[in-house]
Design a protein around this ligand. Structure first.
Ligand code: NAP
Length: 277
């Protein structure tokens, strides 16, 4: 029998049962013929540091991190990437051979790669983006749009102060607009992004005027339950290019898998089907 170590990885959350990461990562492990395992780990906040420090000794090469631990792991890790610092949260841990723990954030990568895949003609530098919401996920969206060269980000949020805070951190390319004027910025933008939780199953509807949408726009929603939100449904009827939020979830998982298991997985039709199973 071989004494080669079987690499282990998993997702740490509380709760974690809802996570699609195990189906997704196991699909890639099988597709690449890798003898590894990926498990969901329900970890209470008080146990987080002990668990993370113990995992490498148990054969883990890394982990994904989800709610509510994304901020706390930054303090536990030995090194935090610049992009995770910029986003104030980490979603991917890499347990390195020297015993140190690296924390990274791949949400921005997932967001922008999903857009390029779903809307290949979209040029981030060609015009402004209207971004609805200013919560945790919005930081990744804003950071990646700035990095991609989007000239202006029209940002609106129910609680204006949160949008103003992002403007302070990310600078002049962000223009804060009052929530009641959300319909106006949608009309002006080349790209429309919903980063609020409005429209998600179990949450209130997104009640923003959409009559300004036009067929030359790209519209995306971070929500993936349902896959086709009312926003995407309306945008599709208008003739816009629509990109759903599932792809962001899938693409953000790619860098972690590659670092842990040594092969870069594809995000394709089979990957989507695996995540939806
Ligand atoms: P969050 O930090 O809690 O932020 C929620 C956002 O929604 C805030 O901007 C909040 O505005 C707004 N909001 C909530 N209820 C509202 C209401 N009744 N009226 C107006 N605005 C309201 O959440 P998050 O982590 O950013 O996640 C946001 C969404 O993105 C969730 O649906 C999540 O599932 C999804 N997401 C998807 C991915 C992916 O990979 N596709 C990744 C991350 C997140 P206030 O600031 O005024 O409260």
């Amino acid at each position: 029998m071989s004494d080669k170590k079987i690499p282990l990885a998993g997702v740490i959350g509380c709760p974690v049962a809802h996570s699609k990461s195990p189906q997704l990562q196991r699909h890639w492990l099988t597709a690449h013929g890798i003898a590894g395992h990926y498990v969901p780990m329900h970890v209470e906040p008080g146990d987080l540091e002990t668990v993370i420090r113990t995992l490498p000794q148990a054969g883990f090469v890394g982990a994904n991190v989800t709610i509510p631990h994304k901020e706390a792991v930054m303090k536990i890790a030995d090194k935090v990437t610049d992009r995770a610092k910029l986003m104030g949260a980490a979603n991917t841990l890499i347990f390195r051979e020297d015993g140190s723990i690296l924390a990274d954030n791949t949400d921005g990568y997932g967001f922008i790669t999903n857009l390029h895949q779903g809307a290949p003609d979209w040029d981030p530098t060609s015009g402004s983006a209207a971004v609805l919401g200013a919560g945790g996920a919005c930081r990744a969206v804003v950071a990646s749009l700035i990095e991609a060269g989007t000239p202006e980000i029209l940002l609106t949020n129910r609680t204006r102060e949160r949008a103003e805070q992002l403007q302070k951190e990310f600078g002049k390319r962000i223009k804060v607009v009052d929530w009641v004027l959300a319909g106006n910025i949608i009309e002006e933008a080349k790209l429309v992004v919903n980063t609020t939780s409005l429209g998600m199953v179990g949450k209130p509807r997104l009640r923003v005027p959409l009559d300004g949408l036009s067929p030359d726009q790209v519209v995306t929603d971070l929500i993936y339950t349902p896959l086709k939100t009312e926003l995407l449904q309306t945008a599709e009827e208008v003739g816009c290019t629509v990109v759903d939020g599932l792809g962001m979830l899938l693409h953000q998982a790619v860098p972690g898998f590659e670092r842990w298991f040594g092969q870069r997985p594809n995000v394709d039709v089979a990957t989507r089907a695996a995540a939806l199973r």
